[in-house]
Design a binder for this molecule. Structure first.
Ligand code: NAD
Length: 494
């Protein structure tokens, strides 16, 4: 599959490819070269209006007549596309967001399972009957929230498309999805793939465009019933204000600054594997990573030295190089942000043990490559420990007691994920129960699956994706009460 400029310069609205009404086109940059590699359409308000109209027409028209089993069947077909065409999707995704091709292959394989899981749920969205007095039948039905505006970030585009669209289609919603301006291409390839599988026009609309214009317009549009957003919490705050116009339902998956705790009774070789991988996987550009490594004093210096040694050995390379273990940052802005935080960490007095620089060897050309970076002796109040860097930078913080570990872990505005390593089962449960995060991993890390709810406490989000909770976010409950004897007394008879 090769880029199809003609399609990318169009928007997928109402089952057809349409040029933006005011003709906007921008370039998408290849993060490994810093050069444009293709163009993409930029939707304006008129295009968003057209997409929302199409989504409303489909919601009330042909899509409403699809049975749950028919919807399930479509989801299974999309899952099969991820299995059968995963290689092409991985190639596009890797080129557009700079993540390693090998990682993207694994991601595409895993995404098929999300579609199959929600296919299995689509015909099991049951209501309840509620016991009442004789002569009254009360029951609930679960109905789709309606038209969903989905807004996704650049770090994991097709994963975010899947996490939102699969439950939305399972429940009978329709969607206008806006891709991120840094990574618009894979969503279009996805649209091309699903074009011919039998989804009625208008059910899935895919547009690219800028957050400040297309995104905001979608959020404020009265024809949209819900916004499902993944990205920065500051954007979520802006969305919350804009969505008040018709009290849209909201779900947010935002950032993280996860505590990854190593107690001195941990199995150290396993903990080291996890600590290293979950500092630098996806070049540090995943919300779930353990970017605050909390290490108990007894093993602190050993962990710090080993982490620095392993970081120095990570093979940074081009995304399609099978030997590469870490790719570039996604954009120049992200590169500058990461390097800016390296300066901040140094000025705050954290001990730089590895990395901390841009990689400028000839093979990296003008790509956005940064060396895996380790700061030791960070204190939790430093900006590098509190703010989401979203680059390959880990801060190591020492602690003495279990209480202190919990205190440091929770002292953050975020609460998405956390991990802990201990062979003491009592401690593992005790600490897991006290951590303020939507997901806690014990003796593992970043185990994320279709059936397990995922989402944040505090500034890390609102609501949950995946699992049963993933469909709840796209449903509302209707209570129906039926008077079985047909009598209604005259309240004004006397
Ligand atoms: P971002 O908030 O800048 O942008 C995300 C999307 O929102 C883009 O499509 C953008 O165009 C759009 N947008 C921007 N401003 C908008 C506005 N005012 N109104 C409507 N839409 C607007 O985030 P980003 O930099 O693309 O992504 C990185 C962030 O995403 C990080 O904080 C990361 O942790 C988070 N993230 C979270 C998860 C999760 O599951 N919790 C997963 C991936 C990424």
């Amino acid at each position: 599959m090769t880029p199809d400029i003609d399609l990318q310069e169009k928007l997928y609205i109402d089952g057809a490819w349409q040029r933006p009404q005011n003709g906007g086109v921008l370039e998408s940059i290849d993060p490994s070269t810093g050069k444009p590699w293709t163009g993409f359409a930029v939707a304006g308000p008129a295009d968003i209006n057209a997409a929302v109209d199409a989504a409303n027409a489909a919601l009330r028209g042909p899509w409403s007549r699809f049975s749950p089993a028919q919807r399930a069947n479509l989801l299974r077909r999309i899952g099969a596309l991820f299995e059968n065409q995963g290689e092409q999707l991985a190639v596009i995704e890797s080129r557009d967001n700079g993540q390693l091709l090998s990682d993207m292959r694994n991601v595409m394989r895993g995404l098929a399972e999300y579609w199959y899981y929600y296919a299995g749920i689509a015909d099991k969205l049951e209501g309840r009957t509620i016991p009442m007095e004789d002569g009254v039948l009360a029951y609930t039905t679960r109905v789709p929230v309606g038209v969903v505006g989905a807004i996704v970030p650049w770090n994991a585009p097709l994963q975010m498309v899947t996490w939102k669209l699969a439950p939305a289609l399972a429940t009978g919603c329709t969607m206008v999805l806006k891709s991120a301006e840094e990574t618009p291409v894979s969503a279009y390839f996805f649209a091309r793939l699903i074009e011919d599988i039998g989804i009625p026009p208008g059910v899935v609309n895919i547009v690219s465009g800028l957050g400040a214009t297309a995104g905001r317009h979608l959020v404020a549009h009265p024809g949209v019933n819900k916004i499902s957003f993944t990205g920065e919490h500051r954007t979520a705050q802006d969305i919350m204000r804009g969505a008040s116009v018709n009290l849209k339902r909201l779900s947010f998956e935002c950032g993280g600054k996860a505590p990854h705790i190593i107690f001195d009774d941990a199995s150290l070789p396993q903990a080291m594997n996890a600590a290293t991988h979950n500092a630098f996987a996806y070049c540090g550009q995943s919300c779930a990573l353990g970017s605050r490594l909390l290490v108990q004093r007894g093993v602190y210096e050993q962990v710090v030295q080993e982490l620095a040694r392993r970081a120095e050995r990570i093979r940074v390379g081009l995304p399609d190089d099978p030997r590469a273990q870490m790719g570039p940052q996604n954009s120049e802005a992200q590169l500058e942000k990461t390097l800016g935080y390296v300066d901040i960490g140094k000025s705050e007095g954290a001990r730089l043990l590895a990395g901390g620089r841009r990689l400028i060897a000839p093979e990296f050309a003008n790509g956005y490559f940064v060396a895996p970076t380790v700061f030791a002796d960070a204190s939790n109040d430093m900006r590098v420990a509190q703010e989401e860097i979203f680059g390959p930078v880990v801060c190591v913080i020492p602690f003495d007691t279990e209480d202190e570990a919990v205190e440091i872990a929770n002292h953050t505005d975020y609460g998405l994920t956390a991990g802990l390593w201990s062979q003491d089962i009592g401690r593992a449960h005790r600490v897991a129960a006290r951590i303020e995060a939507g997901t806690v991993w014990v003796n593992t890390y970043r185990y994320v699956r279709w059936a397990i709810p995922y989402g944040g406490f505090k500034l890390s989000g609102l609501g949950r994706e995946n699992g049963q909770e993933g469909v709840d976010a796209y449903l509302q409950t209707r209570s129906t009460i039926i008077n079985l004897n047909g009598q209604y007394p005259d309240a004004y008879a006397n």
